[in-house]
Design a protein around this ligand. Structure first.
Ligand code: DQA
Length: 139
């Protein structure tokens, strides 16, 4: 099966309400619809998960080990979760890290990612398009 996981971390369930000047007005549901449309056009299927809890994200990374790839926006965990970093390193699946905002233009604590060294690549700053670009990177 041509299945990919799309994992979203803390506060991404708040899209549409959360800091719209940074993250826009569209919801996580809209993001999932947009990605499903794109995936369908390319014969891919997607498994979507979101959690505000680190351990859930770790379990889903392990669960995704037989998938074709993982797109992950770890939210603020990006900047300090060695446990998520190690979970990614523990599976032999390509991982693309995405961020809606351009983290490099923001507060200095967002400039560091502990996830990037274990990812294929990082896409930042294009809002929901960051996820679409990540999906396209698997083609
Ligand atoms: C984010 C950027 C992170 O710094 C922040 O903590 C988030 C969202 C983004 O998508 O731009 O929760 O990952």
């Amino acid at each position: 099966m041509n299945n990919y996981y799309v994992l979203n971390g803390p506060n991404l369930n708040r899209l549409g309400k959360r800091e719209p000047g940074i993250y826009g007005n569209e919801t996580l549901e809209t993001l999932e619809m947009r990605l499903n449309d794109l995936a369908q056009k390319h014969g891919m299927t997607l498994t979507f998960k979101q959690s505000n809890h680190e351990g859930d994200l770790i379990d889903w990374i392990h669960e995704a080990e037989n998938s074709k790839g993982i797109i992950i926006n770890p939210g603020a965990f990006t900047h300090y979760s060695y446990a998520i970093r190690d979970a990614i390193a523990s599976v032999d699946v390509p991982v693309v890290e995405v961020h809606m905002s351009n983290v490099h233009k923001r507060e200095s604590f967002r400039h560091q990612s502990v996830i990037s060294p274990v990812s294929e690549g990082q896409i930042v700053g294009f809002g929901m398009k960051s996820y679409e670009l990540a999906l396209m990177s698997f083609l």
